[in-house]
Design a protein. Structure first.
Length: 213
């Protein structure tokens, strides 16, 4: 009986600690605001592989609850690889993009930091390409996913828009021209995740690109 009480105490303490981390009111990740004058592109892609975007995926326990993710190797378990077509305001396809995201090594879970570093390559046919990178925060996704789970729902964020890209010098937000018309381009960007609960097999998002040539 004593062992059971100790076990329940450990589980309860661990769960309480997790809640304090996820719902820590003192954390204030500074997110990118709308970029005035930027080009806006949307994507909807099923070619997204790797870490689940649900709360249990971000906490690295999804594989325990739902089996192995796309990348089961420990070294790349917390990464996401994606390919997508970018569309303009008229829904016409205008560019092709690849993205690789990985959990930030310097994230401090004790202080509620759930961050990732993303690397993009965007290609405009017959025009050129750019490389982009920035630090991102998954805190709002995790907060809403855990809130849903605690009331009996899926551990999935149910909001319509989640800004991912962080602001500030430390975020390293930059666009660098690679080829063609964009070979000398500079700038910065932001990414918004759209309706993550709408279809778990399709990731939808919006990019705002401020490119200076």
């Amino acid at each position: 009986m004593r062992k059971l009480i100790v076990l329940l105490g450990l589980l309860g303490g661990g769960f309480t600690g997790l809640l304090l981390v996820v719902f820590n009111p003192l954390v204030d990740d500074s997110l990118q605001r709308e970029i005035v004058g930027a080009g806006v592109y949307r994507y909807a892609s099923s070619d997204v592989y790797g870490m689940h975007s649900t709360a249990d995926g971000l906490l690295n326990i999804a594989r325990l609850l739902r089996g192995p993710a796309d990348f089961d190797e420990a070294a790349i378990r917390n990464t996401v690889a994606a390919v997508m077509v970018l569309r303009d305001s008229s829904d016409a396809p205008v560019a092709f993009a690849t993205r690789l995201s990985a959990s930030e090594r310097n994230s401090n879970l004790l202080f509620g930091e759930f961050r990732a570093r993303s690397y993009w390559n965007v290609f405009w046919p017959n025009q050129g390409s750019v490389y982009m990178q920035s630090l991102e925060s998954r805190r709002e996704l995790l907060h809403d996913g855990m809130s849903s789970f605690l009331v009996g729902g899926e551990p999935q964020a149910g909001g319509e828009r989640y800004m991912l890209t962080m602001a500030g010098e430390g975020a390293g937000n930059r666009i660098v021209g690679i080829s063609g018309l964009y070979s000398s381009a500079t700038g910065h960007y932001s990414e918004v995740l759209l309706n993550p609960i709408n279809d778990p097999d399709i990731q939808r998002g919006e990019l705002q690109l401020s490119i200076k040539r």
